[in-house]
Design a protein around this ligand. Sequence first.
Ligand code: ZN
Length: 638
Amino acid sequence: MSAGPGLSGQAAGWRLRPLGVARARLAGGFLAERQRVNREQTLPHGFAQLQRSGPLENLRTAAGGDGRYRAAADTSGATFPFLDSDVYKWLEAVGWELGRAPDPALAAAADEAIGLVAAAQRPDGYLNSYVQVVTGGTPHTDLAWGHEFYCAGHLIQAAVAWQRALGDERLLEVAVRVADRIDKEFGPTGREGVDGHPGIEMALVDLTRATGDGRYLALAARMLELRGKGLLGEGRFGAAYWQDHLPVREAPTVAGHAVRQLYLDSGAVEVAVELGDDGLLAAVERRWRDLVQTRMYLTGGTGSRHRDESFGDPYELPPDRAYAETCAAIAAVMLGWRLLLATGEAAYADAVERVLYNGVLPGMSLTGTRFFYVNPLQRRTARAWEPPGHGERAPWYPCACCPPNLMRTLSALEQYLATSDAGGVQLHQYATADLRAAVPGGEVRLAVRTGYPWQGRVTVEVVEAPGRPWTLSLRVPGWCRSATLIGPGGERPRAAGPGYAELSRPWRAGDTTVLDLELPVRVTEPDPRVDAVRGCVAMERGPLVYCLESADLPPGVALEELRWDPRRAPVAVPRPDLGEVVVGVAVPVVRAPSNGPGPAGAGGEEAGAGGDGLSAGAVPYFAWANRGAEAMRVWIPR
Ligand SMILES: [Zn+2]
């Protein structure tokens, strides 16, 4: 009963309760297709990469095999110490998938990996292949950079997934011994220590839920309270890099490494909810507002700086130099989901939607076997240099955090769709799905059918329900300017505004509710404080952000020559070349082919001003770089 660690399990303090594993199931449509590709293509690809690039071999070596630790080095020359976590993330994904339906090949691969993990664990419970093979086996000598707790956190999350999805406790036995070893050294009366990379905090809370042992929750709370006391030092990038500059309940804004901040705050929400700590929750909410209002790209990407993978200053959101790591988008979904559960506020579900469709999904190719680490909002036609993974997806990375993070996220997508509470059921994300939820008087079964995100109609049929009244709540996204809700039996349509549209009644099998969300193309202007895109516009439709890509331009036209023509309206157009149901946007443009003499900033002639009727086809941003990676831009100059 309860959703996974990427997703957070049951807690008494959640305002909304996750439906739980196996109570939500994608049954067709867009997200189901992404999940199918993940299961059939990405997970086998991931296992092959884990075999090829070292992580599985490292565990075998730690278990006593012959070999050396195989890993690439980072720019400082240090060998990546965290590769065990990629195995754990992959295992978490496979756990969710096998829980949904068996797959002998995936199960055999997982059995091999689980066997290696268990074999590598020392008799004292310690488990980290890098420390065991490379640094002489003494644990916890480099908490700042060693990622030992971080790896343990991912092991715990994988273990909890296998327990919840399959009732399989092989990994949980390993994880409990790992956590006990950490608790023995760092528990309430022990050494003070926090990891340079947060993540274990949220996992420990879920371990308490999985085992009923409150020590892990207490350890997580202790690690949160110890942050901001300078235990990690300044490091290469300053204490804010790992959120050790201020106490977690005092830091007013997000700061430092984006993934670390968002994982830390995910743990803080978990602890706050379990302990009824409203002050801690309020601190996270405050940082979240700072994040979405001043440091989040239109795509939901966060972390604009390459140097230390960090948030920039407020409104420092350059589209071409965006870092926007795929893991940071995943972390924002994890945090937004937890804040939704904790508060019940629709704005968090709105953010989860934006980040999921435009920040997470672009990280994976449509084939499921290539990945972005960095997600810029602009790629130029002429490029002398760009960092690896910036313009084209790669099959894997020396630091491969993102690919298996995508795998575990996609394998659990259905768990983000809906929640329940004492009054009824809430639908937050729209996809064709079959749902079961506890409501007053028993259990309800719902069949949700929709062409989302291409179409705005969502039909919810009650398949089974107890006789007592309960409330069906349907999110009307913040981007939606016109929505209508038609209740069962011809109940008159009612206009629905942003937030949750609600219908309360004694529902019967066969009752059908229809939500219609209008999906016009929206021309979005940036906040004028974002200097890098001032004077530009972006195209959005429904939850999707669109981009122009050179693959859609006539020969001889460079993307940089095009400017948006505000005299004509953009329109939605079918894109059968990209898929049967895919909707693109025809963007009215004029051509401004060349700069005049003088500095580049002087601008060009509007040579195409007479060329009315010129339009450029924009595609959903998540689908870019699937037809060869050339130039692309989300923000289009006027
Ligand atoms: Zn990553």
